[in-house]
Design a protein. Structure first.
Lengths: 509, 104, 492
């Protein structure tokens, strides 16, 4: 078994710049790692070795000519399968899109290509990003590299697991209710949900348009900032994209790395903790707050009383928008087509084919949410459900505004528990939904958030995460405080948390 | 209990919703979904009454307005690209099963 | 039941929903071109094909056109409004929802005054809103391309996403037996207004203006409105009137027979002149509208709206008065011109250099007759004002006489090309070559010696017989005046 390339993206970028390695070598090392461990981890739905190496070769040529396209030129990356990639299959973890190859690139993908990052492949996810465990992928679950019998979080479990297992130094995820941050927490990696509108959604297959946001999945806060700066910024193809610069996120991450938090007010959200949270997760969270306080931060308790309604609000808004978004999967223009043939006297109509295809092509959770969303939007129910949810959303936002008057950032555990066992909650939708308790409010209000590893829970030795939230457009704050916490914790651990992950050995399960 | 029956989805309702959303649910799925959805609905319906009439709804997280593009042609897809994912193609068009209903 | 019998017992109320395709260069939500008649599926992109991940961005020009239409219809312009999704499944609709406007239209509460036979009817405008068009299906197999009985369909999405404005009237009451004519006049006047605004090509034969006619009957002296039907596919001015008339008679017969009218969608059949019941759509009444989350609200500034208002062309009634004065038409001539939906056509023809009387003669005489014969509208004949102006110019310069000009019009209606191409292809030009004409004149004189003698004796009026003979020999392709000159030259 070869030693994996454990360097961070920024370290690889430095080595490339210094001429100490080549993109081809780095890309090949990660492809080798994928070949070695992905049979067990199953982070990838599609690996594009040929394309990645071709891009790596081109990158090396650019660098040799002295014209790299970006600081990360030549650093390979994995992409969640919910982002359209021209020429590469994009399935969203669904049977209904099996074999679909988009004729266009998502804006974030185009920016990665334009910055010279070789694309290793597409990562696994819960079908259409509906889930918190990747168990709802039509192509089978991804396994947590810390314990292959456990879930890697979701919906972006593939991206988090790939980064956690050193199959990729960087990955892209998308976060609608926590799908970047929660997998980050349970795999011991870093995940950032940028301000809504800060990163283009063009080419991101919509789950809930008003909540979705693409963002970085990495092993360090600095890597996340580097990637965020590449993919962020205004996109004229996305009407909800903010027409303002992303800000100097890399500088914020570098500044935070000194661990000095003097003058920073940290708001501990009373409603995001306590009952329903695993003891070990809470213990690591409290230690983190203490560390930050010791580093000069002022900790204040803030109350966001409407956060208790965030989960319910989310599960009305999301299915409603999703039911409409997923209507396009109808077997007419692309994707799966299933023709029913039970009755020889009745030639199937387009409608028959739509019904049969959607029945066969969508998984249980997707059907559940489509039906729920259709119900919530139906005449007679709209005001009571979708309309009400949009109002509570306003109250959640007001809670944030009030809290940010007393604190520069808000903190909480990212997820209430560490990684649970595969199969443990898959048949209990409500229990599954609770995983996103702490992450959902940020999506409802569009504010940015990061999950940083906070250590291992005592009871199971599995990673937990701290979530840091900042006001909209103040993404730099999550990087500064996130990098500070990361560095303070690393001093205590004498290294990165991931260094303590068990060695992965070839195929299992 | 009137409280709980208010947010119950019946099997017939599920069948109607499946019809509206063009999913040919099996009988077993219809049986399962009605109670499952009722439990979920019961739980999420808890937000009713949380917001007063004076609270405006939020449909967009960011308060942007007037985002337009100029009326200028941008390159799109070739017919080949447009049709690349089509299950069936004929005469450079998407071939679809016979359409029930009226001309639109 | 005859129309008059129906009118004796019932009072019709109607409403119109008109869909207008805007003539923007690009689609409503993407940068794809909107040209009519392109090869199938060559004007699409991820957005108008509804590919997963694609997103819409609003065309500023379409919003501007919508506001201008709203203002020209005396509407209020919403200070803030949004797009909404109208959810229903149909194979020609790529996303299985139409991005439209629901309870927040960009323009609302307006009116248009419509004149019919000297009487003015104020048509209330409920709303004008923006939406996107669907793709187009070609039905294969079964009977002659109809949807029923087809084996399968072929879909072209070039049209999907083209900007539409839907203009909805309030119910129009109190027009009595004139209802079908008023309905037609409204659509005709609306078409002229849209042409005047320059926001649409308004070519009904290409589907860039499409009408749904709502109609109900109320028993005379009854206070409540009857149940209405919505007749779709009414795509010419003439059909608007015919369909309304047909529905009046059909509904009256049902009601008189003791039946009741079902609220339903009906389809107009241009060929047979009847409406038939449409298929029930199971989800037609539950479109599950909600605000389009991929678009942000529109809040047109008052400054912009006022700027657009000040750039509007003159209102239709002022325009009519001005044109009548400029053209020197009598009231009757003007009324006929407006009634035939030819005002804009005559205006454009005059603008292209034709005398107003000549322009009116061609449009209201020759072309109106042809339109009537082929059961279509003047605007749908395929003859443009520029064509007519060119025909008259050819007459003025002596290349054509009226008889030949009529043949050129036949050629134009038949789609044989431009006037000059038709003159060439059909060999229609007047022979002005004196050699050929002279030979024909000499021949006619030799054939008719006694007529020639009369002319020599000073009976010039007898020349007509010789002119006729020459024209016959020349198969009409001669300038009668020149022929007369040549005859007189020879016999003086």
């Amino acid at each position: 078994m070869n030693t994996p390339d454990r360097r961070t993206a920024s370290a690889i970028a430095e080595a490339l710049a210094a001429g100490e390695t080549t993109s081809v070598a780095v890309t090949q090392a990660h492809l080798d790692r994928i070949a070695e461990v992905d049979g067990a981890v199953r982070a990838f739905l599609h690996v594009d070795a040929e394309g990645a190496l071709r891009d790596a070769t081109a990158s090396d040529e650019r660098r040799a000519a002295g014209h790299p396209w970006s600081p990360l030129d030549g650093v390979p990356i994995a992409i969640k399968d919910v982002l359209a990639t021209r020429g590469l299959p994009t399935t969203c973890g669904s049977r209904i899109l099996e074999g679909w190859v988009p004729p266009y690139d998502a804006t974030v993908v185009a920016r990665l290509r334009g910055a010279g990052l070789p694309i290793l492949g597409k990562t696994n996810m819960d079908e259409f990003a509906m889930g918190s465990s990747t168990e709802h992928s039509a192509y089978g679950p991804t396994h947590n590299p810390w314990d292959l019998d456990r879930i890697p979080g979701g919906s972006g479990g593939g991206s988090a697991a790939a980064v956690s297992a050193y199959e990729a130094p960087l990955a892209l995820g998308t976060d609608t209710g926590g799908s970047i941050r929660q997998p980050g927490a349970v795999t011991g990696t870093v995940g950032v949900k940028p301000t809504y509108g800060g990163v283009s959604r063009y080419g991101l297959v919509s789950l809930a348009n008003s909540l979705d946001q693409a963002g970085p999945v990495t092993r360090t806060v600095l890597d996340a900032a580097l990637l965020h700066e590449l993919i962020g910024g205004h996109d004229p193809l996305d009407s909800t994209s903010i027409d303002a610069p992303v800000g100097d996120l890399v500088a914020a991450a570098r500044r935070g790395a000194d661990g000095d938090l003097r003058g920073v007010r940290i708001g501990v959200v009373r409603e995001l903790g306590g009952e329903g949270y695993q003891a070990g997760v809470l213990a690591r969270f409290e230690e983190s707050v203490e560390l930050m306080t010791k580093a000069g931060a002022e900790a204040v308790e803030v109350s966001c009383p409407h956060f208790v309604h965030a989960l319910a609000t989310y599960y009305l808004i999301l299915p409603a928008e999703a039911s409409s978004n997923l209507a396009r999967f109808d077997a007419m223009r692309y994707g799966l087509r299933v023709t029913p043939d039970d009755d020889p006297d009745h030639r199937p109509s387009a409608e028959d084919v739509m019904r049969a295809t959607r029945e066969a092509g969508f998984g249980d959770e997707v059907k559940r949410r489509i039906i729920l969303g259709t119900y919530a939007l139906s005449s007679g129910y709209y005001d009571a459900y979708y309309g009400t949810a949009q109002k509570v959303r306003t109250l959640v936002t007001r809670d944030f505004e009030a809290a940010f008057e007393h604190a520069d950032v808000l903190v909480s555990p990212t997820a209430p528990t560490t990684a649970f066992r595969l199969g443990e909650k898959v048949d209990d939708p409500l229990a599954m939904y609770l995983n996103d308790l702490a992450t959902i409010p940020a999506n409802l209000s569009g504010v940015p958030g990061i999950s940083v590893p906070s250590g291992l829970a005592d009871e199971d030795g599995l990673p937990a995460g701290v979530q840091i939230l900042a006001p909209a457009m103040a993404d730099d704050r999550v990087y500064r405080v996130g990098a500070a916490l990361e560095s303070l914790l690393a001093r205590g651990w004498g290294g990165a948390l991931l260094d303590r992950a068990p060695e992965l050995t070839g195929a299992s399960s | 209990m009137p409280e709980s029956s208010e947010h119950t989805i019946t099997r017939e309702q599920v069948a109607h919703l499946a019809d509206l959303s063009r999913i040919d649910l099996s009988d077993a799925e219809l049986d399962d979904l009605a109670p499952q959805l009722s439990v979920i609905l019961e739980s999420i319906a808890s937000i009713q009454g949380v917001a007063g009439d004076d609270v405006p709804p939020t449909s967009h997280a960011m308060p942007l307005t007037n985002v337009y593009r100029d009326d200028v042609v941008r390159p799109g897809l070739t017919a080949e690209e447009a049709l690349s994912g089509a299950p069936e193609v004929e005469q450079q068009r998407f071939k679809v099963p016979r359409i029930l209903g009226d001309e639109q | 039941m005859s129309y008059d019998d129906a009118m004796a017992q019932f009072d019709p109320a109607f409403g119109l929903e008109v869909h207008v395709e805007l003539n923007t260069a690009t689609k409503m939500f993407c940068g794809c071109p909107t040209e009519f008649g392109a090869e199938p599926n060559t004007q699409t992109c991820p957005t108008c094909l509804g590919l997963p991940g694609s997103m819409p961005v609003v065309n500023a020009k379409a919003v501007e056109s919508a506001i201008r239409i709203g203002l020209a219809l005396n509407c209020e312009i919403a200070p803030w409004c949004r797009f909404a999704r109208k959810n229903y499944f149909y194979p020609d609709m790529p996303k299985n929802f139409q991005t439209s406007q629901y309870d927040e239209p960009i323009a609302f509460e307006g009116y248009m005054d419509v004149e019919v036979e000297g009487e003015t009817h104020r048509i209330g405008i409920e709303r004008a809103h923006m939406e996107e068009d669907t793709g187009k299906s070609l039905h294969v197999g079964g009977s002659a391309g109809r949807i029923h009985g087809a084996d399968y369909s072929l879909v072209d999405y070039n049209r999907a996403g083209i900007p539409l404005i839907e203009i909805v009237t309030k119910p129009v009451l109190g027009t009595g037996a004139r209802a079908p004519e008023v309905a037609r006049a409204y659509v005709g006047q609306l078409r002229d207004l849209l042409l005047g605004l320059g926001v649409s090509d308004v070519r009904m034969e290409q589907g860039s203006l499409r009408c749904d006619v709502n109609l109900s009957l109320t028993e005379q002296d009854s206070a409540s409105l009857g149940t209405r039907t919505e007749t779709k596919n009414v795509n010419s001015l003439r059909s608007v009137e015919r369909a309304a008339r047909y529905e009046v008679m059909r509904q009256a017969a049902v009601l008189v027979g003791g039946g009741s009218i079902r609220q339903e969608t009906r389809h107009w059949h241009e060929d047979t002149g009847v409406t038939t019941s449409g298929r029930e759509k199971s989800d037609a009444d539950d479109y599950r509208y909600f605000p389009e989350p991929d678009l942000v609200p529109m809040a047109p500034s008052r400054e912009w709206v006022e700027e657009l208002r000040s750039s509007l062309p003159e209102p239709p009634h002022e325009r009519r008065a001005r044109l009548q004065a400029e053209w020197g038409f009598s009231d009757l001539e003007m009324r006929d011109t407006v009634g035939a939906g030819a005002l804009g056509l005559v205006e454009e023809t005059v603008a292209a250099g034709t005398a107003p009387a000549a322009a009116r003669k061609w449009w209201l005489g020759e072309l109106a007759r042809r339109a009537n014969e082929s059961e279509t509208d003047l605007g749908s004949l395929g003859v443009t004002p520029a064509d007519v102006a060119r025909v008259q110019a050819l007459v003025d310069e002596g290349t054509l006489n009226d008889k030949l000009a009529r043949q050129v019009l036949d050629g134009l209606v038949a789609g044989e090309g431009s006037p000059d191409e038709i003159v060439g292809a059909r060999g229609l030009a007047i022979v002005s070559d004196d050699g050929a004409l002279g030979a024909a004149v000499d021949h006619a004189i030799a054939e008719n010696p006694e007529v020639a003698d009369k002319i020599r004796d000073g009976k010039v009026a007898a020349a007509g017989a010789l002119i006729g003979a020459v024209m016959k020999e020349m198969r009409g392709q001669a300038d009668a005046g020149r022929v007369r000159e040549l005859i007189l030259e020879r016999l003086r």
